[in-house]
Design a protein around this ligand. Structure first.
Ligand SMILES: *[C@@H]1O[C@H](CO)[C@@H](O)[C@H](O)[C@H]1NC(C)=O
Ligand SMILES: *[C@@H]1O[C@H](CO)[C@@H](O)[C@H](O)[C@H]1NC(C)=O
Ligand SMILES: *[C@@H]1O[C@H](CO)[C@@H](O)[C@H](O)[C@H]1NC(C)=O
Ligand SMILES: [Zn+2]
Length: 427
């Protein structure tokens, strides 16, 4: 029998569709490290215009800590484009986050061409996703194990979410390779919004996670950060976009709005979220996505469904509020490494990039920004954050409307900034 041309075309098109779906379609199972690596490599090969796969280092057992960055021209620097991130599976036996992140990656990459909401977002943002920070712990843990700690730690038996320098208490634990990889990643990109994903509860936990002396008393205590208004807002964006988290009564615990201050739930030393906030100028929250730490894979479709909008809406906050701009000299050249703080919110340290850029998420309102440089002195500027869009504020040094020493409050903002710098240098 002779094939007609149309039938030949149908077969060719069908074969193309099969091979495309083999390359990209992700099933609802737990993906071991080799399968996850293949999935990420294949996507990066097939979508080079919008993906950039890189490794931030290796686990103790030599597994790569893969990050897939997603966005238009992901390898180029685009002035004032913000960087945001998700980190999954830092506790190896809490892998729901790892899998929903792989599905989120697929959602972004496959729908970029057809969904204008996602395309606009990814044209103006670079999303970095580290599906697993603890691949060794994952390989040591077991599907169906809802409680317990087998596989929680890395293979040196260190809990990675107790392994970071702490704002309130000295952390004497030896810093692990996975922790060092994340700390060095934070110095390579100026991330401004982030979440790390866990299991064992259903809640968004926001800074602070600790207070001075907490290790001795272990008492719970409300420890709000100066950015408590923003943290509560972004946490609610997640919990209310989630299908049920906002109801706040799951896994035997009660959380109003499905959110909690970290130390009010339980204090802990050396967490990653406070480190991101205090030392890297990045707003990070900790999201608990499942009562059972390692549920059966048959439950993964419903975890993806109930988290999908929340995970997308949370990242989209970055382009709906706050301030961003360039710090420049009078002749227009960018100022690298200028130190900035917002008056009244000095706990967060942020510095300009090599291109003179800065970003800060803030709710609409009036603020004073303080800029300090080593050779060009200091300045401060009052500005208004508009609703619904990021406010652009460029700061020209040497063209100062209010001199630095105009007020006591500004001075204390700077003093705190200097002491924060000393702390960084000692780490
Ligand atoms: C990509 O996917 C194909 C089909 O599933 C597989 O055979 C191949 O090994 C993968 N290639 C890479 C580089 O991961
Ligand atoms: C595009 O993506 C957004 C975000 O996930 C979603 O809310 C919207 O329904 C999608 N639009 C279409 C037409 O699928
Ligand atoms: C912010 O400042 C502007 C201009 O000075 C003023 O009109 C406005 O009322 C202020 N807004 C708030 C919330 O204080
Ligand atoms: Zn955890």
């Amino acid at each position: 029998m002779q094939w007609s041309a149309p039938l030949g075309w149908v077969i060719m098109v069908a074969m193309t569709m099969v091979s495309l779906s083999m390359v990209t379609s992700l099933d609802f199972t737990y993906h071991r490290h080799p399968a996850m690596s293949v999935f990420l490599q294949n996507l990066s090969v097939n979508y080079p215009e919008i993906t950039h796969l890189y490794s931030i280092g290796q686990s103790i057992e030599g597994r790569d800590l893969w990050v897939l960055a997603i966005g238009k021209s992901p390898k180029s620097h685009v002035t004032l484009r913000p960087h945001v991130k998700y980190v999954g599976n830092m506790h190896g036996n809490e892998p729901v986050g790892r899998e929903v992140l792989l599905h989120l990656i697929e959602e972004f990459v496959l729908n970029y061409a057809t969904n204008s909401t996602l395309r606009t977002f990814l044209d103006n943002t670079l999303v970095h996703i580290l599906p697993t920070m603890n691949p060794d712990g994952f390989e040591a843990s077991f599907e169906g194990s809802c409680a317990g700690n087998v596989g929680r730690a890395n293979s040196n038996m260190f809990d990675l979410n107790r392994n970071f320098p702490d704002k309130f208490e000295f952390n004497d634990l030896e810093q692990q390779p996975e922790t060092k990889a994340v700390i060095s990643w934070l110095s390579q990109y100026q991330f401004i919004l982030s979440a790390n994903l866990h299991g064992g509860a259903l809640v968004v936990n926001y800074p602070y996670d600790n207070y001075a002396g907490a290790s001795l008393s272990l008492a719970t205590k409300l420890v709000p950060s100066p950015d408590d208004d923003i943290f509560q807002h972004i946490s609610k964006v997640f919990s209310y976009s989630h299908h049920r988290m906002y109801q706040g009564g799951f896994c035997g615990e009660t959380f109003t709005d499905g959110i909690t201050n970290g130390a009010m739930w339980y204090p802990m030393r050396g967490g990653m979220q406070d480190y991101n906030y205090v030392h890297a100028g990045c707003l990070e929250v900790t999201i608990e996505q499942s009562c059972c730490k390692y549920p059966q894979h048959t439950e993964l479709p419903s975890f993806w469904t109930e988290n999908k909008d929340a995970m997308i809406n949370y990242l989209m906050i970055v382009n709906t509020m706050g301030v961003r701009g360039l710090v420049k000299k009078a002749d227009g050249t960018p100022v690298k490494g200028a130190q900035l703080c917002i008056m009244g919110r000095e706990d967060i340290k942020f510095t300009t990039t090599a291109q003179g850029e800065y970003w800060r998420i803030l709710l609409p309102g009036n603020y004073t920004i303080m800029v300090k440089t080593t050779d060009l002195g200091e300045t401060n500027q009052i500005f208004t954050v508009q609703p619904n869009i990021p406010t652009r504020l460029d700061i020209v040094l040497g063209d100062i409307s209010e001199p630095f020493n105009s007020g006591h409050v500004i001075q204390s903002c700077l003093l705190l900034l200097s002491s924060a710098l000393v702390t960084i240098a000692m780490l």
